[in-house]
Each structure stands twice: as structure tokens, then as C-alpha cells.
Design a protein around this ligand. Structure first.
Ligand code: NAP
Ligand code: GLV
Length: 308
């Protein structure tokens, strides 16, 4: 029995060590040393090239190293075996930190004080009470729910929008197309935690941004494909959107000439809002391998119809 590992951004060694300790009879192979593809039963992957997984005729399951599986589902040759994703696996806390940081950054006028510091300008701004600074989360799944609850614990009014209605302590829920306009109208900081699917691609466009109050902020730690970048730039340039903190982009790495890099109202981070780490996530992979070997259903199986 063997597992093949593919990632251009994760070190295979901590994964090899953790899996070898728990499943010693599993051979761990790392691309490009994949040996005979017919011996490979499991694939542990982040963004393999399209068609790469189709070379393994006896694959039993594909285990994603990430929470979002949009890149895998775009592969027209993706084998028809169970596909699992990371469910929290240490990322919930990291995402909650990222979201809380972004909210505090914008609420406490940090971008404007940074501008003032560059020109040695001492100019206190009018404080805004947290109770008047509602934060709206699009996506209340594993990561969005944790981030929403940390922000609620900081004393902000928190709104959440999801496909199906959700009831979370401290979070006022809105659902579906019918709930979107009311959700947006009250949101001062929009934080996106949606998966990238056919239904959500390009959702943060001119129309959605126009539904936010003037001076709102946008935080995107989900996927670049959610944002129509030219629409966000236009909304920032017009002042309708006062600032954005962006971790993910249509093209990654973000090209050096992209206007987001130098935009005075944009904070760019390099797809690091929540990073899969073997120390937190290997136990979930091991648990799934053992379940699969026992013939049981793994956790985090992706609903290919829904796309997440
Ligand atoms: P999840 O548990 O699957 O949650 C997805 C949420 O989005 C659910 O609340 C779902 O609604 C909602 N949703 C899906 N389609 C919708 C639609 N059409 N309209 C309204 N709501 C919709 O996902 P997760 O684990 O929280 O992860 C979210 C995303 O974060 C991932 O897909 C990935 O893209 C991104 N991510 C980014 C990083 C990074 O470092 N930047 C790291 C990890 C993950 P229901 O509750 O009704 O199903
Ligand atoms: C990272 O972007 C992930 O989906 O885990």
C-alpha cells in the first residue's frame, strides 16, 4: 500500500514522519519519485497539475492538503474516488486571527494613522464605537463560523450570510439570494469565507459592492476568484470602498505590476491567512487513511455537486 504526496509549497518530511509513525506499512512517495503508478492507493495533494491524478489507476482516495478544493475540482480528469478536504485542522484559529486583525485594523483607523506617520502628522481621528461597526461574514462554515465568533467576542455586531440558514451564538444569520441585500446594507466590514464554486465565482462584483454602505471595507481570505478585481479597484478609487485586506488573488503570486500592490487603500498578504501545518493537520489525514483502510467513510468528503 502506498501514498503519493504532491505539493510545491509544503515540505513533505513532517508528513512522512507523522504518517510513518502511525501507519508504518504505508509507503510514502513524493512527486516526482512516484515509482509504479499502479501501486499508488492514496494521494495527498495541494494543486497538482490538471491530469496528474489520472495516472494512478488504483487510487482509493484523494486527500486535499487544503480546505478549499476548487483547484482539484477544475481538473476534468479528476478520478472518481472519494475526495476529502481539511476540516479546520488548525486553520480555524489562524483564520479567526486574520479576520480579527483586519477588523481591528480598519475599525481603529490604522491605515490612516500609517499615512499620517509617513508625513509626521499628529492628527487624532474621531473614534467609532465597536457597537456601530458591524462585521458581515459571507460563509459560515468551519472557518467562517470560528472567525465570526471571535469577532463577536470582541464586541462587534456580527452578521453572517450562508447558503442555508445558520444559527450561531452572537451572529445574526441571513441566507440565500433573498437575504443578501439586507446583510450587505448593514455591513461595515465584509469578510469573505465562501468556497469558490460555480455559484460564488465573481460574487464580489460592482453590484455586490454597491450594496455595501459607503466607506465599507472588504477582507478576502477565501479565494481570488470571488472578487472581480477591476470592480473592487473602481470601488476603492471612487471611495465607495474605503479599504481592503486581500490574501488571495485571481493570479498567484500576485504579478509585480498589479495595481493592488501599490494601492494606498489595499493591504496585500501572500495567501497566508491560514496555512496547513503537519503538526496540526496530520492527525486528520492519518485518521482518514485508517478509516478508509477499515472500509469506513472518511471525514471531510467533498460534495462534488455543490463544489465544496
Ligand atoms: P466550509 O466549511 O465548506 O464553509 C463554506 C460556507 O460557505 C458554508 O457556510 C456554506 O453555506 C457557504 N456557502 C457555500 N456556497 C454558498 C453560496 N452559494 N451562497 C451562500 N453561502 C454559501 O468551508 P471552510 O472550511 O470554512 O473554508 C472556506 C474557504 O476558505 C475555503 O473554501 C477556501 O477557499 C478558503 N481558505 C483560504 C485559506 C487561505 O489561507 N487564504 C486557507 C483555508 C481556506 P452552508 O453552511 O449553507 O453550506
Ligand atoms: C488554502 O487556501 C486552503 O484552502 O487550505
Amino acid at each position: 500500500m502506498s501514498l503519493v504526496f504532491y505539493s510545491r509549497s509544503d515540505d513533505p518530511e513532517p508528513w512522512r514522519a507523522a504518517i510513518a509513525a502511525a501507519v508504518p506499512d504505508l509507503e510514502f512517495r513524493v512527486d516526482p519519485d512516484i515509482g509504479n503508478p499502479a501501486d499508488v492507493h492514496y494521494a495527498l495533494v495541494w494543486k497538482p497539475p490538471q491530469g496528474w491524478l489520472a495516472q494512478f489507476p488504483n487510487l482509493r482516495a484523494i486527500l486535499s492538503l487544503g480546505a478549499g478544493v476548487d483547484a482539484l475540482l477544475e481538473d476534468p480528469q479528476l478520478p472518481h474516488v472519494p475526495l476529502t478536504r481539511m476540516v479546520d485542522a488548525g486553520m480555524g484559529r489562524q483564520m479567526a486571527e486574520y479576520a480579527a486583525h483586519a477588523v481591528l485594523h480598519f475599525h481603529r483607523h490604522m491605515p490612516r494613522y500609517a499615512e499620517h506617520q509617513r508625513v509626521a502628522r499628529w492628527a487624532p481621528l474621531e473614534p467609532v464605537a465597536a457597537r456601530d461597526f458591524a462585521v458581515g461574514f459571507m460563509g459560515l462554515g468551519v472557518l467562517g463560523a470560528q472567525a465570526a465568533q471571535l469577532v463577536a467576542a470582541l464586541g462587534y455586531p456580527v452578521l453572517g450570510w450562508s447558503r442555508t440558514p445558520k444559527s450561531l451564538p452572537g451572529v445574526e444569520g441571513f441566507a440565500g439570494d433573498r437575504g443578501l441585500a439586507a446583510f450587505l446594507a448593514r455591513t461595515r466590514v465584509l469578510v469573505n469565507f465562501l468556497p469558490l464554486t460555480d455559484a460564488t465565482r465573481g460574487i464580489i462584483d460592482a453590484r455586490l459592492l454597491a450594496g455595501l454602505p459607503r466607506g465599507a471595507f472588504v477582507v478576502n481570505p477565501a479565494r481570488g476568484g470571488h472578487v472581480v478585481e477591476r470592480d473592487l479597484l473602481a470601488a476603492l478609487d471612487s471611495g465607495h470602498i474605503a479599504g481592503a485586506m486581500l490574501d488571495v488573488f485571481e493570479t498567484e503570486p500576485l504579478p509585480a505590476e498589479h495595481p493592488f500592490w501599490k494601492h494606498p487603500s489595499v493591504v496585500v498578504t501572500p495567501h497566508v491567512a491560514a496555512v496547513t501545518q503537519a503538526a496540526d493537520a496530520a492527525s486528520q489525514v492519518i485518521d482518514n487513511l485508517l478509516r478508509l483502510e477499515r472500509g469506513e467513510a472518511p471525514v471531510g468528503v467533498v460534495d462534488r455537486g455543490a463544489g465544496y
